[in-house]
Design a protein around this ligand. Structure first.
Ligand code: ADP
Ligand code: NA
Length: 330
């Protein structure tokens, strides 16, 4: 196969993915597996850069994988694995640590945000070198493109610099990857405060749609989304952020264009839009929930899928690591 290779990771989270994770990232991963040679991983090594409960982390990693499968990742068409199952990530990360300048690593703005949250005592060296583990994640697989949100662009630039430096010193070793910035149109906003994005850390309980919540609860949240005092259903993110957010969600979940939806709701007002969108969302989350529960209720199947994914990933990763070890003199 001569398809470009993509690699992307998602953090294991204690609970459910939210609608922003699905529409902004996971959904695009699902379509990329059709056009690309796709590697997707649950990044549990990254998760321990901040404190984790061991049993909870173990469960979260499996729950993340179960949700990715429920969302449509097909282990026959992509390589899905858990990062810690492939020891080459940690091994290459050490080498990459030694080829990254302390100064250039210190310029990563995401570290500044994350360490501010952890405080001086709570900030680990792991949190600081997180982007260098990310370099290893990407370079191990010779990824051509890395689907990420805008906030990760700086880390991809660092990966490119370090890869090019290594290649310059030791000859062509790594593919220099390009960022594949996920579509901004897929950005989902908080249902109660459409000025901010839907986010597990920043949203109020009523502003966020958890994919594994009771569908009834979800429908209620959609029906009570904040709109504005006008009644015209029109896509206008500046003047009508709430309605535009709902139209964006509606359009992405159904494949109907925004223009078509505007026409369909002409003269009907916000109530009809919210009621029908609540149905669209529950129609999507209901089978998603069932599939996730099926994977979580069948650990043998889930483990077998992840073991096979790790085996496929390792075949590539081990080869890259062997070449790197040889070149640096091991
Ligand atoms: P959160 O912002 O809730 O902490 P993460 O940072 O774990 O979510 O995001 C995981 C993935 O989901 C990332 O690729 C991110 O770009 C995407 N994502 C998160 N929130 C949104 C959103 N509101 N709209 C679109 N994509 C999102
Ligand atoms: Na985030």
């Amino acid at each position: 196969i001569d398809r470009p290779r993509v690699l992307s990771g998602i953090q294991p989270t204690a609970g459910s993915f939210h609608l922003g994770n699905y529409l902004g990232a996971v959904r695009q991963w699902v379509s990329l597996q059709e056009t690309h040679d796709a590697f997707y991983m649950v990044v549990d090594l990254h998760a321990i850069t901040v404190p984790q409960d061991p049993e909870e982390l173990r469960r979260s990693s499996r729950l993340a994988a179960a949700q990715l499968l429920a969302a449509g990742l097909d282990p026959e068409r992509c390589t899905l694995f858990v990062q810690s199952h492939v020891p080459e990530h940690a091994q290459l990360a050490w080498v990459m640590n030694c080829f990254t300048g302390f100064g250039e690593a210190s310029r990563m703005t995401q570290f500044k945000d994350k360490s501010a949250k952890q405080g001086a005592e709570g900030t680990t060296v792991g949190l600081f070198t997180y982007p260098i583990l990310q370099i290893a994640d990407i370079l191990l697989y010779h990824a051509d493109q890395v689907p990420v949100g805008e906030d990760q662009r700086q880390h991809i630039e660092l990966t490119r610099d370090v890869a090019a430096r290594f290649n310059g010193r030791f000859g062509e070793t790594f593919t220099v990857p390009a960022p594949y910035i996920l579509k901004e149109t897929a950005k989902i906003y908080d249902l109660q405060d459409p000025a901010v994005k839907m986010s597990k850390s920043a949203s109020s309980p009523k502003g966020i749609i958890w994919l594994l919540d009771e569908p009834k609860k979800t429908a209620k949240k959609v029906r009570s989304a904040v709109t504005d005092t006008d009644t015209v259903v029109r896509y206008d993110p500046e003047a009508k952020p709430g309605v535009s957010n709902l139209l964006g969600i509606y359009s992405t979940l159904t494949g109907r264009s925004v223009a078509e939806l505007e026409q369909a709701y002409a003269g009907k007002g916000y109530g009809a839009l919210k009621t029908e969108l609540a149905e669209v969302v529950t129609d999507w989350v209901t089978p998603f929930r069932t599939r996730t529960e099926e994977y979580m209720g069948d650990p043998e199947t889930l483990d077998a899928i992840l073991a096979k994914g790790a085996e496929k990933a390792r075949a590539v990763a081990a080869e890259t690591l062997a070449e790197v070890y040889d070149k640096v003199g091991f």
